[in-house]
Design a protein around this ligand. Structure first.
Ligand code: FES
Ligand code: FES
Length: 273
């Protein structure tokens, strides 16, 4: 068999050979392999750190950090003048701010609730020029110059709005989360009925102002959800205000004797356990 030439695989130089090379290059005045390797490692770490710093600085430029206590920067600012609960207000806010956020975040009127933030629950209902709107779907800039009424503006602690008194008398809420929206919606809805507006369940839309039946109230208030299921009380409260006939309060506070009896029964039960 002929003795064919072949290439040997390249072999790594031994440490001694590498040291000899370095020495030779030292003498020639060029960079040694050790110097080159050390430089590369240092350069690699430096490049990594520089890239992190560049990212941080880009982020810092995108989201400016407000000084502690200072208001966050307003993007795309617009100036909007409104009358809120009878008081003129001028707001400078991001043009994309919805009315619900303007009320809650800029004016600290937190009665209106952010339930779903997408027009499904009615918890954010307020009145604009007397008509009910979902404030989570209403751009603040679109109600420039209008009159906004929130639950805070319906009545006062000393003098509740009739619908507020009727809600209390008819046990029309439990947790109360939906109640501000229900109250504003009920006020707007009663005005619609007085105006003769018809609804989806009005039998004869040409017969003038429809009678306010339970079915009409349920349909007209159907955009306001109550997860506590206080609907029967809400319908009764709306009837009461619409008819002007004050119904008998559906509940009463417990008397001191009843409270004492309940406590003693509770104690007996605990001893039995
Ligand atoms: S928060 Fe506006 S409809 Fe639910
Ligand atoms: S009272 Fe609780 S959600 Fe309506």
């Amino acid at each position: 068999m002929p003795n064919l030439p072949h290439d040997d695989p390249p072999r790594s130089p031994s440490p001694d050979a590498a040291a000899r090379d370095d020495t030779a290059q030292d003498r020639a005045g060029g960079p040694t392999r050790r110097q080159f390797m050390l430089g590369s490692v240092a350069g690699g770490i430096g490049g990594f750190a520089a890239s992190l710093l560049a990212q941080e600085s880009a982020l810092a430029q995108r989201v400016p950090e407000p000084a502690e206590g200072a208001p966050a920067a307003v993007l795309n600012p617009v100036e909007v003048t409104l009358e809120i609960n009878g008081t003129p207000r001028v707001l400078s806010l991001d043009s994309r701010t919805v009315l619900l956020d303007a009320l809650r975040e800029h004016l600290a009127l937190t009665g209106s609730k952010k339930g779903c933030d997408q027009g499904q629950c009615g918890a954010c209902t307020v009145l604009v020029d007397g008509r009910r709107v979902l404030s989570c779907l209403t751009l603040t800039a679109s109600v420039q110059g209008r009159k906004v009424t929130t639950v805070e503006g319906l009545g006062s602690e000393e003098r509740l709005h009739p619908i507020q008194s009727a809600f209390i008398a008819n046990d029309a809420f439990q947790c109360g989360y939906c109640t501000p929206g229900q109250l504003c919606s009920a006020v707007g809805m009663l005005a619609e009925v007085r105006n003769g507006d018809v609804s989806h369940v009005t039998a004869d839309v040409r017969a003038g102002a429809p009678a306010l039946t339970d079915q009409e109230i349920r349909e007209r208030m159907s955009g306001n959800l109550c997860r506590c299921g206080a609907y029967p009380g809400i319908v009764a409260a709306v009837h009461e205000v619409h008819s002007g006939r004050q119904a008998q309060q559906a509940w009463a506070y417990a008397t001191p004797i009843q409270i004492a009896q309940a406590r003693s029964a509770d104690g007996d039960a605990n001893e039995t356990v």
